[in-house]
Design a binder for this molecule. Structure first.
Ligand code: IBG
Length: 224
């Protein structure tokens, strides 16, 4: 049997959380190495595992993969969550990119010295730019693309749950998305992932922020 994938990241959501979601939906069990010290990160750097000196890093099928989107695409292809042909795939990627742009904004909020204007901007972008797209795509269809579950659906359920944590009523005017979310959270693997004790990470807290700062900020050459 193939070895379980190993995920190297902080004990928090960040850029790894979508990978955790996708593996969960693919019903792939995985292990995690949680970076709690700078020494762990420096060791990964010294081992040459981090092509661009950045995490997420995922060890899977004998490879050390970096770059979140590349990793998501690999897992989606391998587990049949990336459409049936190039036309499905490009739509899945377009929908997925939109969701990742939105989630990226949310992920970075706690690192801002002034979160309020950022959150206001996210809320209006979500309502006016992003959610209408998915609401329209789900008028009729059960899934976003090609009549079957894909990476885009997984990211949409992750993203809508994240949005509701920040803005509980945000789906009020998006009934197709709300029904979609209701169906998705009944998928047994997702349902288990949403229960306490799963590998799903909580919203960022002070401890997580401090941890990320300790691992990176001393580096002095962070990109983000
Ligand atoms: N394009 C890459 C990807 O999508 O995988 C970007 C990865 C990335 O930004 N990684 C960050 C990193 O390793 C950590 S996650 N930075 C170190 C460096 O030197 O660039 C993003 C992040 C969070 C919180 I979440 C604070 C800072 C960065």
């Amino acid at each position: 049997m193939a070895e379980r994938p190993v995920l190297y990241y902080f004990n928090g959501r960040g850029k790894m959380e979508s990978i955790r979601w996708l593996l969960t939906v693919a019903e792939v069990e995985f292990d995690e190495v949680l970076l709690v010290t700078r020494e762990q990160y420096v060791k990964l750097l010294n081992d040459g595992a981090l092509m661009f000196q950045q995490v997420p890093l995922v060890e899977i099928d004998g490879m050390k993969l970096i770059q979140t989107k590349a990793i998501l695409n690999y897992i989606a292809e391998k587990y049949n969550l990336h459409g049936k042909d190039p036309k499905d795939r490009v739509m899945i990627n377009m929908y997925s990119e939109g969701l990742m742009d939105l989630m990226e904004m949310i992920i970075m909020v706690p690192f801002s010295p002034d979160p309020k204007p950022k959150l206001d901007n996210i809320q209006s972008k979500a309502k006016e730019r992003y959610l209408p797209v998915y609401e329209k795509a789900l008028t009729g269809p059960v899934y976003l693309v090609g009549g079957k579950l894909s990476l885009a659906d997984v990211l949409l359920v992750e993203c809508t749950l994240m949005l509701e944590e920040k803005f509980p009523a945000i789906l009020k005017d998006f009934s197709n998305i709300k029904s979609f979310q209701g169906r998705m959270i009944q998928i047994p693997a997702i349902n288990r992932f949403l229960q306490p004790g799963s590998k799903r990470k909580p919203q960022p807290d002070e401890k997580y922020l401090k941890n990320v700062m300790e691992v990176f900020w001393q580096a002095g050459n962070m990109t983000y």
